[in-house]
Design a protein around this ligand. Structure first.
Ligand SMILES: [Zn+2]
Length: 321
């Protein structure tokens, strides 16, 4: 059902909107601030559906009006997006011109400005006039990842609502629902808090290769293969001397170690990477030592912001892996 994700991920925000609507206290201008994937656009559509729904319990998500809000074809809902890097002044003046005209449909009109930090001085000033003297029954919702990049004159005239990052477990479950393998979904939920970024990391391919490599490295204990050679063979196409890759590798490796400890302490609970851990002879103290060693390496890496000899560093790490 539409808005189920929003209600699950941002219950406080849905409550704010519902309460304001019920008390007839929706303000005419909102700023929704939060990372990508936190549900800002869904919340904007939620407000629009509430205002335009024709059924008693709003939004019903079924009526013709709700359906058109959801699929982006409702004539009373305008969505303005940057044309390139900026939202141009004409885009705002066109919006204002259209807003001043009567529509065929009665009811509220909702203007959603996506990534409003892309408004430049001219377009922001044009919008400011509209926010200062709003038409009755018109609502403006500005979404942004960072309200700090917006004009303070705009911010001061809007109600700012902050969207929290989505909880790791929720993101993991959502990715699993979308067909992502469980261990991969777990790792991704620790690397990012939004679905779009997670999908980007999947298509990049590096994360999945790193997970597979670490699993193979852990199993060298059983296979008797050489760890460093296994590492080199598994990653032939990856940029081993790249800082981004190195950090990602260590971060994911750190997650494996934490899960190892979790597995050793709670073997009966649902764990990740179980098919690997269950085949190994694990010693908790040994795992803790490796975590300490990894922390030292990560600190060292952060201080230098590079690896003077990445491969040597990995080689020493893999002796303990
Ligand atoms: Zn409806």
């Amino acid at each position: 059902m539409a808005f189920d994700d929003l209600k699950l991920n941002q219950p406080e925000i849905v409550k704010i909107i519902d309460n304001s609507y019920n008390r007839r206290k929706l303000v005419h201008a909102y700023i929704f601030e939060g990372e990508a994937g936190t549900g800002k656009m869904e919340a904007a559509k939620y407000i629009a559906s509430k205002l335009l729904c024709r059924e008693e319990t709003k939004p019903c998500c079924i009526c013709n009006s709700c359906q058109r809000v959801l699929n982006g074809t409702h004539i009373n809902v305008n969505i303005v997006e940057a044309d390139g890097e900026v939202i141009k002044k004409e885009q705002i003046t066109n919006l204002l011109k259209e807003s001043s005209m009567k529509t065929l449909e009665k009811g509220s009109r909702i203007h959603i400005i996506k990534d409003a930090d892309k408004l430049n001085q001219a377009s922001a000033n044009a919008l400011l006039k509209f926010i200062e003297e709003p038409y009755p029954n018109h609502y403006v919702i500005l979404t942004t990842k960072n309200s700090g990049k917006m004009l303070s004159t705009i911010i001061s005239r809007c109600q700012l609502i902050h969207f929290k990052p989505i909880k790791k477990e929720l993101l993991e479950n959502k990715l699993i629902e979308n067909g992502v393998e469980r261990d991969t979904a777990f790792v991704l939920s620790h690397l990012t808090s939004n679905v779009d970024k997670a999908n980007e990391l999947i298509s990049e391919g590096i994360v999945i290769t790193i997970i597979e490599t670490i699993k193979k490295l852990m199993l060298t204990e059983i296979s008797g293969n050489d760890k460093y050679i296994t590492y080199l063979i598994s990653n032939t196409n990856l940029p081993k001397k790249d800082i981004y890759f190195n950090r990602l590798f260590l971060e994911i490796y750190g997650l494996f170690l934490e899960e190892k400890i979790h597995y050793l302490e709670n073997p009966t609970l649902e764990n990740h990477f179980v098919e690997v851990f269950s085949r190994l002879n694990l010693d908790k103290e040994n795992v803790k030592d490796v975590i300490k060693q990894l922390d030292v390496i990560c600190d060292y890496e952060k201080r230098l912001n590079t690896y003077p000899n990445a491969e040597l560093m990995y080689a020493s790490l893999f002796i303990e892996l």
